[in-house]
Design a protein around this ligand. Structure first.
Ligand code: PNS
Length: 165
C-alpha cells in the first residue's frame, strides 16, 4: 500500500527557456516545494527561432536553479513523455498565465496522458511575474529597455551581450 509520507514523486518542468525568466523560476520553485525531485527539461521547438543556442539555454537554466537542491536540468532529445518515462517522473508541471495558455496546455496534457499516462499539473502563474514571456523580454531587450527585474543577473548579462550592450 502506498505511504504518502515516503512516496517519491518526480516532476518535469519542460520548456524552451529562451531564456529562463523569473516567471519560469517561480513555477520551478513551487514545483520543487511540492514534488520530491524536479527535472527542468530543456527542449528544442522546431517552429521557433531561438535567441540562445541549446547549450546556452541549458547553462542559464543550470545557473538559475543552482540554489534549489532537488532540481536538475536535462535536455529533451525526443518526446516529453519519453523523457518522463526514462526518469520515472509521473507528473508534468506547467505554468498558466492566461486563457490561451490553458487552451494550449489542455491539448498537450491530453495527448501526453494518452501516450503514456503521465499527468499534467497546471499552476497558475504567480502575480508578480504572471504575464511575462521570454519572447516579450527578448523584444524589450532588443529595443534597449531594462529586463533585469524579470530575469536573473546571469540571464540579464547574457541577453545584454546578445543585443550588443
Ligand atoms: O512551450 P515551449 O517552450 O515551446 O515547449 C518546448 C518543448 C521543447 C518543451 C516542447 O516543444 C516539447 O515538449 N517538446 C518535446 C516533443 C514532444 O513531446 N512533443 C509533443 C508534445 S504533446
Amino acid at each position: 500500500m502506498s505511504n504518502a509520507t515516503t512516496d517519491i514523486v518526480r516532476a518535469v518542468c519542460p520548456g524552451s527557456f529562451d531564456p529562463i525568466t523569473r516567471g519560469h523560476l517561480d513555477i520551478i520553485a513551487r514545483a520543487a516545494a511540492v514534488f520530491s525531485e524536479v527535472f527542468v527539461a530543456v527542449g528544442r521547438n522546431t517552429t521557433k527561432n531561438y535567441m540562445f543556442d541549446f547549450n546556452e539555454r541549458m547553462r542559464l537554466c543550470v545557473d538559475a536553479v543552482a540554489d534549489l537542491p532537488n532540481v536538475q536540468v536535462a535536455p529533451i532529445e525526443g518526446l516529453l513523455v519519453d523523457f518522463c518515462s526514462e526518469r520515472h517522473a509521473r507528473v508534468i508541471v506547467k505554468g498558466v498565465r492566461f486563457g490561451s495558455d490553458f487552451d494550449y496546455e489542455l491539448q498537450m496534457s491530453q495527448l501526453n496522458r494518452q501516450l503514456s499516462g503521465v499527468e499534467t499539473v497546471l499552476l497558475p502563474a504567480g502575480s508578480e511575474f504572471g504575464t511575462i514571456s521570454s519572447s516579450l523580454l527578448r523584444e524589450v531587450a532588443f529595443n534597449g529597455a531594462d529586463i533585469s527585474p524579470f530575469v536573473t543577473a546571469a540571464v540579464n548579462r547574457a541577453v545584454l551581450a546578445k543585443v550588443g550592450r
